[in-house]
Design a protein around this ligand. Sequence first.
Ligand code: SF4
Length: 345
Amino acid sequence: MRNILDLDLDELKKWIKGSGEKEFRAKQVFDWIYKGCFSFSDMKNIPESLRNKLAASFQTGIPEIVEKYKSRDDDTFKFLLKYSDGNIIETVVMQYKHGNSICVSTQIGCRMGCTFCASTLHGMVRNLTAGEILGQVLAAQKNIGGRISNVVLMGSGEPLDNFDNVTKFLDIVNSEYGLNIGQRHITLSTCGLVPKMRELADMNYQITLAVSLHAPNDEIRRQMMPVANKYSMAEILDACRYYISKTNRRITFEYSLVKGKNDSLENAEELSDILKGMLCHVNLIPVNAVVENGYSKPTQKDIAAFSAVLTRKGIETTVRREMGSDINAACGQLRRSYLDEQRGE
Ligand code: SF4
C-alpha cells in the first residue's frame, strides 16, 4: 500500500479529485498528518466517504520505534526505526536551547565505502522514499512531544545518490502544508558527487551544503574515500564554487581527523591553501573509531594545533562537539550493532 507521505500537495489534490471528492480536502488531510494525527478515522473534518477511500489506498507510514537510547552526557536521543518491510535505520535527535535538530538517514546502508563510516560496511540495501525520510521526522516529533526545527541529512546514506527522493523530501519538509522548516535550517551532507552537487545548485535551494572532504589532497582522500577515485578535489571545489555562486550560501567542509593519516600540521597548511578565499567553514570532527578500520582520533592537543593553523590562515573553523558518543550516535554505528545482535554476532 502506498505511503501518503510520498505525495506532495498537488499529487494528493489530484488523487482526491480523481476519487470524486473536493481537492481542497488534500490540504486538510495534510494538516492532520503534519500535526501528528496518523489515523484517517480521526480526521474529523474529512467526510467519511473520503476517509474510507484514503484508508483503502494509503498507509500513513511513520516507522515504528524499535529502540530509543538517551545519552547520559547530553540531550541526544538515538532512535532505531523499522519500516514496514522490516528494514532498520537510525535517526538522531539533538535537543538544544534553540530547538530540536534531527539527523536523518536517506538510504538503508550506503554504497560509497568511506573507510571511517559504519553505515557502509554491509553496502547499500535500498533508497528511502521521500515519505520514509519524512516519517523519521514525524516519528521523532511524536516521541519527544516537540517540534523539530532543524534537519540535517547526514545519517546513513549519500543523499545525492538518492537525488529525486531527497529533493522531494526537501520540498515537503520546507513547504507550508508540510513541516514548514526553513531551508536555512536544513543541511545536506555529501561525499562529493560532483554532477549532483551542480544539479542541486541549479535548483536554487537556500540549504547549507556540507561536503565531506576529510583530506587536504587527492592522495590521502583516495585512501579514505573510494569516491575520490571518481571525482578529484579540484572538481569538488569547482562544484562548491558553483554552488556558492548560485546560492550565495557558505559551504561547510567536514574533516574527520584521523591520527597519523590526515592530522599533521602540513596537512592543515595544505587544507588552508586549497580553501583560501572561498566562502566556507571547516568542521573538524575527531574520528569515531570503527573496529574494522583501525582509525583512532588525535589527541586534544593535536586537534587544537590543527585548528589553530586553519584559523591563523583565515579559514573559519570549529571542532565538532562529540554528541551522544556513549550511545554510538556516530553515523551507522547503532544500526550496525543492532543488526549484529540480531545475527547473533
Ligand atoms: S560517510 Fe556518508 S557517504 Fe560515506 S559511507 Fe558513510 S553514509 Fe556513505
